[in-house]
Ligand binder design. Sequence first.
Ligand code: AMP
Ligand code: MN
Ligand code: MN
Length: 336
Amino acid sequence: MRLNREEMAELIEGLEGRILITTHKNPDGDAVGSSLAWYNFLKKLDKDVTVIYRDRIPYFFDFLPGVYDVKVLQEIKDKFDWVIITDVSDPKRTGFDAIPAEKSIVIDHHVTAEPFTDYSIVEPEISSTCELSYYLMKLINADFIDISVALPIYTGIYTDTGSFSYSNTSPETFEVAAELVRKGVNPYFVMSNIFERNRLNKFKLLELVLRTLSFALGGKVAHITLFRSFLEETGAYPEESEGFINYPRSIAGVEVAVFFKEIEKGSWKVSLRSKGKVDVASVAKRLGGGGHRMAAGFEAEGELTEIKERLFKELEVALEDAYYEGLSQKGNPKEM
Ligand code: AMP
Ligand code: MN
Ligand code: MN
């Protein structure tokens, strides 16, 4: 059942019993931020809360309060009365085959989200699950939003908006950020923890990945690839490739950037980024994934050449759609 903000705030405030919080696999700043913010906030409401992830937390989020309370498990055996799943549009994305909870809640902002829990709130026009969570927390009790809640909320907004630069950054996003800074968040502390603790291994990995840079569809698509062997060769962690996709996206004339990551032999994770004209969420959805208009992804099994062929066919159609969308909107579109 879809709930509005007031209904969701009331539901969460009244939760009783054992509450589990989880998020998506390969957690990003919004996933870690939203789950830890809810963990710290609900503890203040004297609730019995546990946070479990499928994948370990990237080291550059280790400054967030509550991070060492998170359990990383392959499988959830304990039973819970409630589960709150944040920043997840699809049950597969939690990485768990099953979550043993009586009732379930989703708090999310993906345009491709389909309802799969008992209760959900999904607002695709909001920058991040963290921003949406902040609005809900204010409705519950603003007094409990102390630094242990404000810091993870700010971090998720900061990372999902590309440091307040992507088109999902609204005037309200800045207002929320201002309120969080007033509550004691130090923007420099957040930035330097996330972006200024790079290990040299990351740059060795970047070097190898950038050597794979190639183009498709007349230069409108730029793609890079990370083979498993690159990680072994450089000693880098998989999460240290975060942000690499911004290099192909930054190239003049490129409309869509693609990052192919080999998870295991024959198993790939594909990230898509658009410069705005192409809706990559719908492309990702057609290939079994999801996301947002400008940032989306999917997983695929098989040979990389076949995955590329399937994807580039979809992107060709999406580029044409974007061209005609431009035609109907402007009457006289620029060539793309
Ligand atoms: P990423 O490329 O992993 O940074 O993800 C970009 C966006 O696409 C995020 O909002 C993800 O939640 C979404 N996304 C990535 N992979 C998938 C997937 N397999 N299924 C659904 N959404 C995804
Ligand atoms: Mn996320
Ligand atoms: Mn998010």
